[in-house]
Design a binder for this molecule. Structure first.
Ligand code: HPA
Length: 284
């Protein structure tokens, strides 16, 4: 067996070990659960889960260990209107030094628990001049600018070359638009570009990313969606726009600002998730 086989089989075995270790505690939540990943500053939503059971990532066999600087992380199970949900409260980023396998560990764990419909949220900077901080954006497509790909090396199964012509589900985009309208929330729609980070962008980079066709920018999501796509999931992506980057009048951005604005958006994100999840679960 060559070196590549060895290094790529280990993560798969670790996902299996995590799933086995949790199975008995999560058993009652495993009837086609909807999966959710909660981004920076958006973790409070798990409080709205009925019958909530949260397990610290550090107590799960094989889960990546958090770096000192990273956010607290929990795998949470619960129900919204009798619909089972498995949620990753906090994620791992490439910029923290995690490998693509580590970044995708959570989503691969959810897939092994039977998640077929996945909501991936993040905090992002607006690049489209018509979008504003404080708004939400449903992701219609993505550009992976990280230079990484979680499918490099041995495949985690088939397909090894997943089709990405419809990465984000049109059906789920339509559903979330109709629910946002009912709630009277402005919901933008656009392309998310995922960069490596952790430095923020220069004006020249901002101009270049906008010229590439991006409406919002962030440092997460694109690894997880590629892994989720390979595992055949239907994906809904929601960005919370926390700041705005215009190349000709750049203003400084800080993590504090991103977290503060994310927290302002959070009640609306929570309300939206709570009405979208039951319907998406029922959708064929
Ligand atoms: N750039 C990159 N990532 C981000 C930003 C940004 O402006 N805002 C939130 N995440």
């Amino acid at each position: 067996m060559n070196q590549i086989d060895m290094s790529r089989k280990q993560p798969l075995a670790q996902v299996s070990a995590a799933v086995e270790s949790l199975h008995s505690r999560f058993e009652s939540y495993l009837h086609s659960p909807v999966g959710v990943i909660l981004g920076t500053g958006l973790g409070q939503w798990v409080e709205s889960l009925e019958g909530q059971l949260c397990i610290d990532y550090s107590d799960i066999v094989g889960f990546p260990r958090s770096t000192v600087r990273s956010h607290a992380g929990n795998l949470c199970a619960g129900w919204i209107d009798k619909v089972p949900v498995l949620a990753l409260q906090g994620r791992f980023h490439l910029y923290e030094g995690y490998s693509p396998d580590q970044v995708c560990f959570g989503v691969r764990t959810l897939a092994r628990f039977g998640v077929k419909k996945m909501i991936i949220t993040n905090a992002a900077g607006a690049l489209n001049p018509l979008f504003h901080p404080g708004e939400m954006m449903v992701i219609s497509d993505q550009i992976n600018m990280t230079g990484h790909n979680p499918l490099i090396g041995l495949s985690y199964g088939e397909p090894q070359f997943p089709d990405m012509s419809q990465l984000y589900s049109q059906k789920l985009m339509k559903l979330v638009h109709s629910k946002a309208l009912e709630l009277n929330y402005r919901l933008q729609e656009g392309v998310y570009i995922g960069i490596l980070g952790p430095s923020l962008e220069t004006p020249a980079e901002t101009r270049a990313y906008r010229a590439l066709g991006a409406d919002a920018i962030g440092m997460s999501t694109v690894m997880e969606t590629i892994a989720a796509c390979q595992m055949g999931m239907e994906i809904l992506g929601l960005s919370c726009l926390t700041n705005k980057n215009l190349p000709d009048c750049m203003v400084p951005t800080s993590l504090e600002e991103i977290i503060d604005v994310g927290q302002d958006i959070e009640p609306r994100l929570t309300a939206l998730l709570n009405v979208v999840i039951p319907e998406m679960h029922a959708m064929k």
